[in-house]
Design a protein around this ligand. Structure first.
Ligand SMILES: [Cu+2]
Length: 271
């Protein structure tokens, strides 16, 4: 009895794999998104073709969702159903994102064929473009020069420094909030968010961080994944390897609006 059942299951498995083979038509998707009038809304036109024959794929039920590859747990846009466009194989969907930055647009196809295609785009205030090319800097917001030194080299020795980020008693803080490092040394910051909110660790001068925090108030959805900055979701960890090539006083701060004011800064003395 059990044996028959196992054989039946095996047959089922074979049937299923045959089914997959027979349906081995893969979809190719071109995703073009443009900012809509409302901020953080993007109108996307998706063109679906048969990857082999290049024929347009019509009659597909297409769900469009998105997630941030840099923060897979924190940011996910609930999938919306795309409408068929005027041209064969085109579909339209409006994405409502939580912030600008790099998003993986997930296309789930069902109906005549089942497939999932992921397209990674960088969404900015004024445009959206494939994220494979070197990432352009955000408008009025260049991070190319680093005041506090330079991105480190993970093959070289580094001093490991654990920094905890959290809230409590109406304050937000880094622990520790004062560090001393020798000029020329490398530090590997292990960033741990023990709080309930997202936090950032942005390494720069105090002056720069204050200026930067002001910009963030105008554009609170800006996020940081530059070499000198990390955003860490609650209960997550991240790290930065940094080489302190200049002497002086630097700062690490959280630039999420309100956090700096709540005390979320720390000092690094390099000598
Ligand atoms: Cu914070």
């Amino acid at each position: 009895m059990i044996r028959t059942f196992i054989i039946a299951l095996q047959l089922l498995a074979i049937a299923a794999s045959v089914g997959v083979d027979a349906a081995e038509v893969r979809a190719k998707a071109d995703v073009l998104c443009r900012p809509a009038k409302e901020s953080l809304h993007y109108d996307c036109v998706i063109t679906l073709t048969n990857a082999r024959t290049k024929a347009p794929l019509t009659g597909v039920t297409l769900m469009v969702g998105a997630g941030m590859p840099s923060m897979p747990m924190a940011h996910n846009v609930r999938p919306v159903k795309a409408e068929a466009g005027s041209e064969a194989g085109t579909y339209r969907a409006r994405l409502e994102l939580e912030m600008t930055g790099v998003w993986a647009v997930r296309l789930d196809l069902s109906g005549p064929l089942r497939d999932r295609v992921v397209s990674v785009l960088r969404f900015e205030d004024d445009k959206a473009a494939p994220a494979t090319a070197a990432s352009p800097t955000q408008k009025g917001h260049t991070h190319a020069n680093f005041s506090a030194g330079e991105p480190g080299d993970r093959r070289r020795p580094a001093q490991v420094i654990q920094v905890v980020m959290r809230e409590g008693d109406g304050k937000m803080m880094f622990i520790p909030d004062r560090l001393e490092i020798r000029k020329g040394d490398q530090a590997r910051f292990i960033l741990r968010n023990d709080g309930l909110l997202d936090h950032e660790f942005v390494l720069a001068t105090t002056e720069e961080n204050i200026k930067h925090a002001e910009e963030m108030k105008k554009n609170p959805n800006m996020k940081h994944d530059d070499p000198n900055a990390r955003r860490v979701a609650p209960k997550r960890m991240s790290e930065i390897i940094w080489r302190f090539t200049k002497a002086g006083q630097f700062e690490f701060g959280c630039l999420i609006p309100g956090h700096r004011e709540a005390g979320m800064t720390g000092i690094i003395i390099v000598k």
